[in-house]
Design a protein around this ligand. Structure first.
Ligand SMILES: [Fe+2]
Length: 510
């Protein structure tokens, strides 16, 4: 869809996508600490039951959800232990750092204004600095000393200085996407950007944390945003996914961004849509936070967290936040789409499994005519709504209740046999790989039902499941691999580092 034809309707929708953002997920990563002795429940859930596990012991995490001052000049840090002198560089993190303007407060953790962090490692020492992203939302909110731009979980109120009639009319204006970008750093053509999942990114200087240019995805390629988790080839070619919205509804798009600049002012020039996929329901596309990539394929998981477009575009009129247009609808299964990244061809197979939610994919690779895809999975998609600030600022038993209402995430493996035809027998396990017990069975209607393998042993729930998976990306992405790392969550903030061996399905805790 050419950008010139895109109307306000299509421009407004991507703001919904922040959600994901889940800044939460990223911010949690940098909060691995705390948590005294936790009482754990070793009981195992019944088969098929959603896995909630009860823990107690964390009194308060509200200091982590409060506005902080930026630290624009580097300051020294205290180091426990030893940092090898050969590690030199900048560790960059991004997350929400300001939760109110004047008397008005944001409602959701993901709404906070982006604060860019830099830990500079040099000869065994570390300095720290931080700066707020100078987004239009941040600047407008600051200048007006109130929340002017709506965020994922917060609907901006009309200007109190407007007349009663003016405030009434403003309800009928389309919701405009915020350009707050507090989820992740991403790299395109060697440049650093911070990204949410909406239509805007910001180019930033990784040395000074200065905000450079605001980039509108739709100026370069016909999408209304992209995830904050692109994949990269060894030559720097990047792949991402983003939705587009038009008069015919929505599409999922796979984007390819070339590795090199054509000139010094080049941003995303040359980006193109490789493939466009129709949602099962065009007015209720699925939410996705990441996707998988093997040597030859992109793997997209269409899951039953739904963006109700009608509710989202009428959110301002109804006085609701965009977050309220996102729903968990487990009456739908979860589907896998496999796309040849060289040709853009969507493979004809129809792979599905029971409803689950994934935010972060671990890895994907090909073996003996199959795609193996490893994911962190939750059996319920209700967690996003739980991360309202009023919940996270509870204390004691109230905070325990919040934690216990969130399903744990567990690493799981799915095997997708790529060569399924009319001759393929029904009811037979099509997984030829001896090292995984995942199953894939063709149904009478030709679809392939996938049953996962747990990439963890029994008792893994005692470490709170695992999220924020990381592999040695340069060496292992798209290839058969053995280890990955992640955060254990024995409460709302990560409290341990886990190393998982996917061959032995064992793990270590630090
Ligand atoms: Fe993420």
């Amino acid at each position: 869809m050419p950008s010139s034809r895109r109307n306000m309707f299509s421009k407004a929708l991507p703001s919904a996508l922040w959600l994901l953002l889940a800044n939460l997920w990223h911010f949690l990563c940098s909060l691995m600490q705390l948590i005294p002795d936790l009482k754990t429940s070793p009981s195992r859930p019944a088969k098929g039951q959603i896995t909630f596990h009860r823990h107690r012991g964390l009194q308060c995490i509200s200091p982590l959800m409060q506005t902080v001052e930026e630290t624009p000049q580097p300051i020294p840090t205290k180091i426990k232990g030893y940092i090898p002198k050969w590690i030199n560089g900048n560790l960059l993190r991004n997350g929400p750092g300001k939760f109110e303007f004047g008397e008005e407060k944001f409602n959701h953790w993901f709404d906070g204004m982006a604060l860019l962090h830099q830990f500079q490692l040099k000869n065994g020492t570390v300095t720290y600095r931080s700066k707020f992203l100078q987004s239009s939302s941040y600047l407008m909110n600051s200048q007006n000393n109130r929340i002017v731009a709506s965020e994922f979980g917060t609907l901006a109120m009309p200007d109190p200085c407007k007349s009663i009639f003016g405030r009434f009319v403003s309800r009928f204006e389309m919701p405009q996407p915020s350009d707050n970008a507090c989820v992740n750093y991403v790299i395109y053509k060697g440049d650093y950007y911070v990204s949410n999942e909406n239509i805007f990114m910001h180019k930033v200087d990784p040395e000074t944390l200065e905000t450079k240019e605001k980039v509108d995805w739709s100026k370069f390629v016909a999408v209304n945003g992209a995830t904050a988790h692109p994949h990269y080839e060894s030559d720097g070619t990047a792949y991402n996914m983003g939705n587009s919205y038009g008069k015919h509804g929505s599409r999922y798009n796979i984007i390819q961004i070339p590795p090199q600049k054509s000139n010094c002012s080049d941003l995303l020039q040359g980006a193109k849509v490789l493939c466009s996929i129709a949602p099962k329901d065009k007015m209720k596309p699925s939410y996705y936070h990441s996707f998988g990539m093997s040597k030859n394929y992109i793997i997209f998981v269409e899951q039953p967290i739904k963006l109700n477009l009608l509710q989202i575009i009428t959110s301002k009129l109804r006085g609701k936040a965009i977050a309220e247009g996102i729903t968990w609808e487990p009456q739908y299964n979860t589907y896998f789409h496999v796309v040849n990244k060289h040709t853009g061809e969507v493979l004809p197979g129809q792979w599905y499994t029971k409803p689950f939610v994934t935010f972060h994919q671990i890895n994907a690779f090909e073996d003996h005519g199959c795609v193996v895809v490893d994911l962190c999975c939750q059996d319920s998609g209700t967690a996003l709504a739980t991360y309202k600030l009023q919940n996270l600022r509870r204390t004691g038993e109230g905070l325990d209740q919040v934690y216990n209402s969130i399903p744990r995430a567990f690493p799981r493996r799915f095997v997708l046999p790529l060569h399924v035809s009319a001759d393929t027998p029904v009811g037979k396990n099509l997984n030829p790989l001896s090292y995984t017990s995942a199953r894939a069975v063709k149904d009478a209607d030709g679809k392939v039902r996938c049953i996962h393998e747990n990439l963890h042993p029994e008792g893994f729930e005692n470490v709170g499941g695992l999220e924020f998976p990381q592999i040695n990306y340069t060496q292992c992405n798209g290839r058969k691999y053995r280890f990955f790392y992640g955060c254990g969550f024995r409460h709302l903030v990560g409290d341990s580092l886990l190393k998982v061996d996917v061959e032995t399905k064992t793990f270590k805790v630090r």
